[in-house]
Design a binder for this molecule. Structure first.
Ligand code: F6P
Length: 354
């Protein structure tokens, strides 16, 4: 059995741990297996760039961040666009799947990767997906690998901001990754003891946020911590289209920066913005993610050995299982406005700006 492996979309800690779990399982359990590493995600499949991987490629990488295969973003909407010779990226990927002699393709990636994986599967390729992303927004799985490590980093960041905010009596806004899904901000905000948590799923009122800060100041709490998802938006902005929102906010002005200015002007406090950015995606996976990734990788190996294709690995209720790619592709697991974590936050006085 000849299996291609690719990692696609934004990287995260745990990709190499999954590759390792899969490779070790395959060499242990699948007769005459050949593993082919495809460079830079779907980009390598489009270009036909790959290399044979040996058992030695799968050792010593459990704790290594990033991906040994490289990755790239290849927008789903461009997959079926014809070039000047009427050839699409999908055509090229299908051609190279055959040329590489693959019996199966393993795709490690997030929402976009899964959409393309489902398309390749519908077009006759044997695909097994693996749910990667710090955003934790893949439908049908309780958790994605990479999320817990990013959560640890974002929480550590809020912890460190706490002490300096308290010393100076400032309102500190920490911008956490997540454009559409606020899981990372919600969990890091709760774990880091944020006073205000702003998520893309819950449009906020800047007035209410400023009032929450002022109320804390009036109660003698000189500092406040605001955890802001990078995709958070005001109630007014939520009624606009994406482009309209960007031009209304002004080019290069982030929600966190504009809110910091608003709070400073309306709550009469000093504000600072902290953006941990890609640090949340870098470095070694946490112990939790190492275990999850190993389980996911080995399980994908089992699926391959059983020739169970057109699926993606998932964790449901603490059990590793799978979903049909066709069932989950194109759906996003967003934070429900009424989830228990939000109820808990509100019950202890955290403002969500709504
Ligand atoms: O999908 C993961 C993620 O880190 C998001 O949280 C973030 O919005 C985006 O990727 C950033 O993408 P890039 O690395 O391409 O800037």
């Amino acid at each position: 059995m000849r299996i291609g492996i690719l990692t696609s979309g934004g990287d995260c800690p745990g990709l190499n741990a999954v590759i390792r779990g899969f490779g070790k399982y395959a060499f242990e359990n699948i007769k005459n297996v050949e593993l082919i590493g495809i460079a830079d995600g779907y980009g390598g499949l489009i270009r036909g760039e790959c290399r044979e991987m040996k058992p030695s490629d799968f050792t010593g990488i459990l704790t290594l961040g990033g991906t040994i295969l490289g990755t790239s973003r290849q927008p789903f909407k461009l997959m079926t666009v014809e070039d000047e010779n009427s050839v699409t990226r999908l055509d090229l990927m299908k051609k190279n799947y055959k040329k590489m002699g693959l019996d199966c393709l393993l795709t490690l990636g997030g929402a976009g990767t899964h959409k393309t994986a489902a398309l390749l599967s519908a077009e006759g390729c044997n695909v097994i997906g693996l749910p990667k992303t710090i955003d934790n927004d893949i439908w049908g799985t309780d958790v994605t690998f990479g999320f817990h490590t990013a959560l640890d980093v974002a929480t550590e960041c809020i912890d460190r901001i706490h002490t300096t905010a308290a010393s100076h009596g400032r309102t500190m806004l920490v911008e956490i990754m997540g454009n559409k899904a606020g899981w990372l901000t919600l969990y890091a905000g709760l774990a880091g003891g944020a006073d205000i948590i702003l998520l893309p799923e819950i449009p906020f009122s800047p007035e209410k946020v400023a009032k929450a800060v002022a109320k804390r100041a009036d109660a003698g709490k000189a500092f406040s911590i605001v955890a802001v998802a990078e995709g958070a938006m005001t109630e007014k902005e939520s009624k606009m289209k994406k482009k309209e929102r960007a031009s209304a906010r002004g080019s290069d002005v982030t929600i966190t920066n504009s809110l910091a200015k608003y709070i400073a002007e309306n709550a009469n406090v000093e504000t600072r913005v902290v953006v941990p950015g890609h640090i949340q995606r870098g470095g070694s996976p946490s112990a939790y993610d190492r275990v999850l990734s190993t389980q996911f990788g080995a399980f994908a190996g089992k699926l391959a050995s059983e020739e169970k294709f057109g699926v993606t690995v998932a964790m449901v209720g603490g059990v590793v299982t799978y979903n049909a790619l066709a069932d989950i592709a194109g759906k996003a697991k967003l934070v429900p406005k009424t989830c228990q974590e939000i109820e808990t936050g509100k019950s202890i006085g955290i403002s969500f700006g709504d």
